[in-house]
Design a protein around this ligand. Structure first.
Ligand code: HEM
Length: 531
């Protein structure tokens, strides 16, 4: 056959192949899921709060690690199994790393410069690279560029001291400590021990973002054309509200940044993300660089404040409602932290290996009360086929992290109960234990997956562990049984909907903090002289 004949056949075959491939794709069904209604699909089945248990019940009903629903033309794919999450969100991350467009919080209220909301794009890559560089894991905390670990010690030590002075304020104090640490790491500004005005300002602004991002809260997310309504139009109150608070998204990033620039070089200002980033701009700084640094700095505070605060508050709640677990951990801490003269010292990160019971309790609190039960949704940028199911481009992918963390096959029976022993194994013949490396670490799930995995994992883990260790070393703390009953059933099951919404946590609870012993009291007195 002549060359032109071969070319002609190829020209015919190639489009036919692609047409056939496309046709074949569409013969694959969507993952199983509840039957929908015409036009609205499953809009009435999709839960607006406490989503995780409902989605988990679908996975059980269809006996599948992946289920789907559709609402108003959108496909929602819920991943219930860790293996499926790794296959799709991690191994196939090139297709699974976009985000849903946020119209209310992102476009109308102006928060779309926030990294977690950004579409998968060159802009996102630039922002993420900056953040990851600053928070990249390091074992050498003395390295000048890595100010993180010493700063975590400083803020955690202030927290325990403050709790010893005003124990009833522990809720606010934990929030203030996390906010202060985050602002200090980001902007290097000195932070007041209590009621720092910048922490209060940033905290009140940052809470708006998760609140306004609750799925189903705003009709405009389902019907994007509504954003074109004029503000005066009846029913367009959401637009009037959005423009009345739009200044917040802008002030949130400019106010602390400007204060940081003013403070550089003055007494009390410390190395931080902003100083680090500005010094790494090799050529002349451009306005694009400055804008990017401002955006990323704001994202650090917004993503740290609620998540890390609630992970610490959930840990406290877990131990305040499980005194038998607390006592065992305190015995472990006492044996490691008491020296020959009988004096107690504070725990350090280097003690982790020798404190398996404490570490197991921290892991268990992340598993039992995950801060982000449905993670942060991803979106597909291409059609895909997975195990015979069709996953269309533009599908919203929801990783049901709560369900993965409650998997009986991984974590044993009664996963709803707080039981740190599930992460431990005995060694030798005595009561000695160590972390069982064969039980999946909850942070491989709780911090998300693939290219969008949480870049703050290391700093969050360090802060949580150190705060947990220091609090249990120094205090007895207990929540009254009547309050425990608000969240935990008589069978030990925790209510998975501590607080319905994106970020899950126990609502305000009381906890009776008391300094544990005379040794703990003298340790606190010594700290009071230094801090
Ligand atoms: C206990 C504390 C925390 C938890 C449980 C948590 C959890 C998560 C989860 C589940 C995601 C979504 C991952 C995905 O899309 O699959 C995420 C994203 C993110 N987290 Fe965290 N996080 C915590 C603390 C932090 C801290 C301290 C920082 C600050 C550096 C941070 C910064 C971010 C950012 C910037 C994103 C967006 C990443 C992107 O979209 O590319 N997080 N986090």
């Amino acid at each position: 056959m002549s060359l032109s004949g071969v070319l002609a056949i190829l020209l015919l075959l190639i489009p036919t192949y692609f047409l056939f491939a496309k046709w074949r794709k569409h013969t694959y069904p969507l993952p199983p899921g509840p039957k929908g209604w015409p036009i609205i699909g499953n809009a009435l089945d999709i839960p607006l709060e406490s989503m995780s248990p409902v989605y988990a019940s679908w996975a059980k009903r269809y006996d599948s690690g992946i289920v789907s629903a559709s609402a108003l033309g959108k496909t929602i794919v819920v991943i219930d199994s860790y293996e499926v999450a790794i296959e799709l969100l991690d191994r196939r991350s090139a297709k699974y790393s976009d985000r849903p467009i946020s119209i209310m919080a992102g476009e109308l209220m102006g928060w779309n410069y926030m990294l977690p909301l950004m579409p998968y794009s060159e802009r996102w890559k630039g922002h993420r690279k900056r953040l990851v560089q600053f928070f990249r894991p390091t074992t050498d905390s003395t390295d000048g560029n890595f100010v993180h670990t010493p700063r975590v010690y400083e803020f955690v030590h202030r927290l325990v001291l403050d709790i010893s002075e005003t124990p009833n304020e522990f809720f606010e104090l934990v929030r203030h400590m996390v906010g202060g640490l985050s602002l200090s790491l980001t902007y290097g500004l000195p932070i007041q021990r209590r009621n720092d005005p910048l922490v209060t300002f940033a905290d009140s602004m940052a809470r708006i973002l998760p609140d306004e991002s609750i799925p189903g809260k705003h009709l405009v997310e389902a019907f994007p054309f509504l954003k074109y309504l004029p503000s005066w139009f009846p029913g367009a109150g959401f637009k009037r509200y959005a423009s009345s608070v739009r200044w917040m998204s802008s002030d949130f990033k400019t106010r602390p940044y400007e204060q940081a620039i003013e403070a550089f070089g003055t007494e009390g200002a410390q190395p931080c993300f902003v100083s680090d980033s500005l010094s790494s701009i090799d050529t002349q700084e451009t306005s694009a660089d400055i804008a990017e640094i401002q955006d990323v700095a704001a994202a650090i505070f917004a993503t740290t404040a609620d998540t890390t605060t609630h992970s610490i508050l959930s840990f406290i709640f877990a131990l305040a409602t499980h005194p038998e677990v607390r006592k065992k951990i305190q015995a472990e801490l006492d044996s490691v932290l008491t020296d020959e003269s009988g004096a107690l010292r504070l725990p350090t990160l280097e003690d982790q290996e020798r404190l398996p019971r404490l570490t197991a309790a921290v892991m268990e609190s992340q598993r039992w009360a995950p801060v982000a039960p449905i993670g942060v949704p991803h979106v597909t940028t291409e059609d895909d086929i997975f195990e015979g199911y069709f996953i269309p481009k533009g599908a919203v992918i929801v990783p049901n992290q709560w369900s993965m963390l409650n998997n009986e096959k991984e974590y044993g029976p009664t996963p709803y109960c707080f039981n740190p022993d599930r992460f431990l194994k005995s060694i030798g013949s005595g009561a000695d234990v160590q972390i069982n490396p064969f039980i999946r670490h909850p942070n491989t799930i709780a911090f998300g997956f693939g290219r969008r995995v949480c870049p703050g994992l290391q700093i969050a883990e360090t802060t949580l562990w150190l705060a947990a260790a220091s609090l249990v070393t120094l205090f007895e703390f207990e929540t009254p049984l009547s309050e425990k009953a608000n969240y935990i059933g008589s069978d030990g099951k925790v209510d998975p909907a501590f607080n319905p919404g994106f970020i899950c946590h126990p609502l305000r609870y009381t906890c009776d903090f008391k300094v544990r012993s005379p040794k703990a009291a003298s340790l606190l007195a010594e700290m009071g002289l230094v801090l």
